[in-house]
Design a protein around this ligand. Structure first.
Ligand code: BG6
Ligand code: MG
Length: 215
């Protein structure tokens, strides 16, 4: 398959870099402190989902009712742990494959943007040396509705003035594939629960497979 599109919108966590393990560790620390069962299978359901919606999924395992105030404090606690872990990230956490593919796509004339639910997007991009790289960033600080709502991808396209139909989205989350389709964009699945979810337009075998379908 070859696509005639102008813009590639990348999800961040699980696509550009692998923060999944840090999300897991930070949620696990909170769940353990609260005596709530949490494992990698539940963690997989948090892909692409906002911080508060992720917390609600974790609290499904508890029979206690928590107030909104308590939930806000739990989310803040998780984020503090997560940010501490992110401080250890550096440009070596960006793989050569991802870096080289991004540089080659840019030299082929594509606009490259980010569409992520994470409010830590800019911090993570700085850590891995991509702080100034993308043509636009739409993230958790821009949106009121998280994936599978299309908002973050529509804002990302709007920021560079490109029509949704001219955009390709790269996602590792099924919720992200749903969001891309709802935005009227082409959805490329890369690993995670996006792969073979049945809604994707194409499954990428690896990140650099982008170079085969984007001429
Ligand atoms: C997404 C992750 O990119 O961002 C989710 O896949 C995460 O797991 C969400 O919950 C929100 O992230 P943050 O950094 O704002 O807590
Ligand atoms: Mg992701």
């Amino acid at each position: 398959m070859q696509l005639k599109k102008k813009t590639v919108i990348f999800d961040l966590d699980g696509v550009i870099c692998f923060t999944d393990k840090f999300h897991y560790q930070a949620w696990k620390a909170l769940a353990d402190r609260l005596g709530i069962y949490f494992d990698e299978v539940i963690n997989n359901r948090l892909r692409g989902v906002s911080r508060m919606a992720s917390l609600d999924i974790i609290l499904e395992q508890s029979d206690k009712e928590y107030t909104q105030e308590e939930k806000n404090a739990f989310a803040a606690e998780k984020n503090d742990t997560y940010r501490e872990l992110l401080k250890n990230m550096n440009p070596a956490d960006l793989t050569d494959e991802v870096r080289d593919t991004l540089v080659e796509l840019r030299s082929r004339g594509y606009k490259l943007t980010i569409g992520s639910s994470s409010k830590n997007t800019k911090f993570i991009l700085e850590q891995i040396g991509l702080g100034d790289f993308f043509d636009a960033i739409a993230d958790g600080t821009d949106i009121t509705h998280s994936k599978p709502d299309p908002e973050v991808f529509l804002i990302s396209a709007q920021k560079i003035g490109v029509a949704p139909g001219d955009c390709v989205v790269v996602e590792d989350a099924k919720s992200g594939i749903q969001a891309a389709k709802a935005a009227g964009m082409t959805a490329l699945a890369l690993l995670g629960d996006a792969k073979d979810c049945g809604l994707e337009d194409y499954n990428l075998t690896t990140f650099s497979d982008l170079l085969n379908i984007l001429p």
